[in-house]
Ligand binder design. Structure first.
Ligand code: AP5
Ligand code: MG
Length: 220
């Protein structure tokens, strides 16, 4: 059982690495950002509520997010484990997650922190294109799709995320520093934090994570 949590600033490569890790280890993806984007696309009440915050680069209120994750953990089926991406991102969410894990008899195997400088993040988010159907992530220069503007995996037309416009990107980075960064200490104190240099090719980042997870679990 491998229950992973991936952290990092907006644009650090959490989604990109998650996609690869879940394929490699057959994990279930729990991305609160993807869940909210799907709800917004459907125009559901949760989506309409979340859109007010997401479009501004603000965090959705903790109660709403905690309830969503609780539902997923309570009802999901994780034969090989899960991959949490984008949750928790406040102290209150981290505390809520601990309570849920305890209640459901689960625990985190590792917390991966992908480190990238702000200057690189801005360029990554400006060039990001995503598939609204399967959530695959591309970059116009770093990871272009085979056919322009088209998802390699499912053929859907790629879009730019509404919160990737410069104004909300800057707000997201500011909120990360204020609300989410302090969580690194929370996990570091428990010796669960695995720091990964994210300013390398996505292959190199991926191989480094897999190697470090192997060491942690006592095999290579
Ligand atoms: P969320 O979707 O979680 O966004 P985020 O944390 O801002 O992170 P991103 O998805 O922007 O970046 P990423 O690290 O996944 O990078 P990616 O792999 O795409 O949340 C969005 C919003 O939803 C929040 O702002 C908030 O409003 C709300 N929300 C979500 N969760 C919440 C919660 N728990 N509580 C409250 N509100 C919540 O990569 C970025 C780009 O770089 C891509 O184009 C990619 O192709 C490229 N790239 C990736 N790796 C590399 C590499 N190694 N080299 C070169 N390019 C690369
Ligand atoms: Mg993401």
């Amino acid at each position: 059982m491998l229950n992973l949590l991936i952290m990092g600033k907006p644009g650090a490569g959490k989604g990109t690495q998650s996609e690869r890790l879940l394929r490699h280890y057959q994990l279930t993806h729990i991305s609160t950002g993807n869940i909210y984007r799907e709800e917004m696309l459907k125009g559901s009440p949760i989506g309409i509520e979340a859109a007010k915050y997401i479009s501004q680069g603000e965090l959705v209120p903790d109660d709403l997010t905690n309830n969503i994750v609780r539902d997923v953990l309570a009802n999901g089926n994780f034969p090989n484990g899960f991959m949490l991406d984008g949750y928790p991102r406040t102290k209150a969410q981290a505390v809520a997650l601990d309570q849920m894990l305890e209640e459901f008899g689960m625990s985190l195997t590792a917390v991966i922190n992908v480190l990238v400088d702000d200057s690189i993040l801005l360029e990554r988010m400006a060039g990001r294109r995503v598939c609204p159907s399967c959530n695959a992530t591309y970059h116009i220069k770093n990871h272009p799709p085979k056919i322009e503007c088209t998802c390699d995996a499912c053929g859907t037309k790629l879009i730019q995320r509404a919160d990737d416009l410069e104004e909300s990107v800057l707000n997201r980075l500011r909120i990360y520093n204020e609300k989410t960064k302090p969580l690194l200490d929370y996990y570091k104190r428990r010796h669960q934090l695995m720091v990964i240099d994210g300013v390398r090719s996505s292959d190199d980042v991926f191989n480094d994570i897999v190697e470090k997870l192997g060491e942690k679990n006592g095999h290579h």
